[in-house]
Design a protein around this ligand. Structure first.
Ligand code: HEM
Length: 465
């Protein structure tokens, strides 16, 4: 049996998916039911589903039948072809094994201090009585955290320079124009396009710097600078030794595969950029959404404050206390239920498969749609209501709730992100009382592959503790 297909020209489907992803998914489920097929130009068709049994099949299937690389190809021009996000099969298993130890739950305690200090530094600078956007400050905080814990940079001139450079690079990388181009062009063509206009073009007597005009050439220039820094830094650390360092990049430099081989310089560069791209915007956006919901629900905020007082008193939260904040954990889970920043996770079939009742051909993309599954009224009563209580004392099935994806490809940084969001959220609650700057509604804008709150959640600091 063949699944229903969305009846729109492929370019229009791509446009809807980039510009109005939620509305497009909701309308498709209303029109076609739990599963339907989307088709973009130059890509395989994508089968979307919110059927729990099909999600289970996808997350428990054999990795050699279900590739992820082709789904993430749009990211290749930024993260590079050695990125964990693009590898499959044995190459993925090898790389994931080497990258897992720095993200193991126990290691989080050693990152806790950097996380709290980054939040605290930022909060010190928040204006009193003047509006600012939470999404922006959380982006700064989570970028600082990645620079310290993943790249091992310490505060100072280099830190500030790279903070700005990375922020601009990620901003350009999530520009919709870059997204359209990446989706429309094969990776090799996209890489060539990135090179076009990188150097000034001679037009008669004038040298014109095209790179300032086009988002992808700006991105390309920024990436060149970031790469030059990273390769120099890797070489420097190799010469000086990394045994005493605790940052993720240095731990990756010490990792070996089963044949005793370390990662090459290019692999280290690609994975460092992968962690930056996968770990910064996702966490910042989820934090912004969490405050978006909490500031509209004073009863939730009151419970969060009460729990924090009970666990940590009036002092700062210690790393050991983080896991005792059950209501905060439920609040973050409820936020990720309503707005999973990656609304769907995909695999590409390597052989024909029967998924649910449907016959799907090899080469088809299959997307487990978190956004739609998390709003099924039969699984989540009153699905539109923000209600952290629904997670208290409960462990939802990994096929009904999967903001971090699932199976062998589940988010590598899940423990890191969860720990970080609890620490940053608690520090904000402890230090300031915020109120929304203007009444605003639930509106989503796309940033790269994630869904961000439109307007960035403008707030005002009402008082400081
Ligand atoms: C709220 C924060 C985050 C969310 C919602 C999130 C979500 C996701 C999702 C949905 C996937 C795809 C999983 C799949 O295909 O089944 C993923 C993969 C990944 N994430 Fe995260 N992520 C977050 C934070 C982080 C952080 C902080 C890091 C690292 C510092 C990170 C690193 C990665 C990596 C490396 C992968 C690729 C895993 C693989 O293919 O084996 N993420 N994430």
């Amino acid at each position: 049996m063949q699944p229903p297909r969305i009846q729109l020209p492929p370019f229009l489907q791509l446009h809807q998916w980039v510009a109005h992803p939620l509305r497009f998914m909701e309308e498709s489920v209303q029109r076609h039911g739990d599963s339907f097929v989307m088709q973009f130009p130059n890509t395989p068709p994508f089968f979307f589903t919110r059927d729990v049994e099909m999600v289970r099949q996808l997350f428990t299937g054999k990795p050699e039948d279900l590739y992820v690389g082709p789904v993430n190809r749009v990211l290749e021009s930024v993260v590079g072809k050695n990125s964990l996000l693009l590898l499959d099969d044995q190459e993925h298993i090898r790389e994931r094994r080497m990258m897992t130890p720095p993200f193991h739950g126990e290691r989080m305690l050693s990152y806790g201090r950097s996380m709290r200090e980054a939040a605290s530094r930022s909060i010190d600078g928040w204006p009193q009585g003047k509006a600012f956007t939470l999404h922006e400050v959380f982006q700064d905080i989570t970028l600082d955290i990645i620079l310290e814990t993943v790249f091992g940079l310490a505060e100072g001139e280099t830190f500030t320079h790279f903070h700005e450079l990375f922020a601009r690079m990620l901003d350009m990388g999530s520009h919709n124009a870059v997204l359209y181009m990446s989706a429309l062009l094969p990776a090799e063509r996209m890489l060539k396009l990135l090179a076009v206009g990188r150097d000034p073009v001679q037009l008669g007597p004038w040298k014109v710097n095209v790179s300032r005009a086009l988002p992808w050439t700006q991105l390309s220039r920024l990436m060149q600078e970031v790469d030059a820094y990273l390769f120099a830094e890797i070489a420097r650390r190799r010469a000086e030794g990394v045994e005493k360092r605790e940052d993720v990049l240095s731990l990756l430099m010490q990792a070996h595969d089963e044949q005793g081989q370390p990662m090459s310089g290019q692999e280290l560069r690609d994975e460092a950029i992968t962690l930056l791209a996968a770990g910064h915007e996702t966490t910042a956006t989820t934090l912004a959404w969490a405050f978006h919901f909490v500031l509209q629900h004073p009863e939730v905020e009151e419970k969060l404050r009460a729990e924090l007082r009970q666990v940590a008193g009036t002092g700062p939260l210690s790393p050991e206390q983080v896991n005792r904040l059950e209501y905060l954990d439920a609040t973050l889970k409820e936020t990720l239920r309503l707005v999973p920043v990656a609304p769907a996770v995909g695999r590409v079939l390597q052989r024909p498969m029967k998924v649910g009742g449907w016959d799907l051909p090899a080469g088809m993309g299959v997307m487990a749609c978190a956004y739609l599954t998390h709003r099924r009224p039969d699984l989540w009563p009153e699905p539109e209501r923000f209600n952290p209580e629904r997670f208290l004392g409960k462990r939802p099935s990994p096929y009904e709730y999967f903001p971090f994806g699932g199976g062998a490809r589940r988010c590598l940084g899940m423990a890191f992100a969860t720990y970080e969001m609890r620490i940053v959220f608690a520090e904000v609650l402890r230090r300031v009382k915020l109120r929304p700057a203007t009444p605003y509604s639930f509106q989503v804008s796309r940033r790269g592959v994630t869904l961000a709150p439109r307007g960035g959640v403008p707030v005002i600091v009402e008082s400081r503790n």
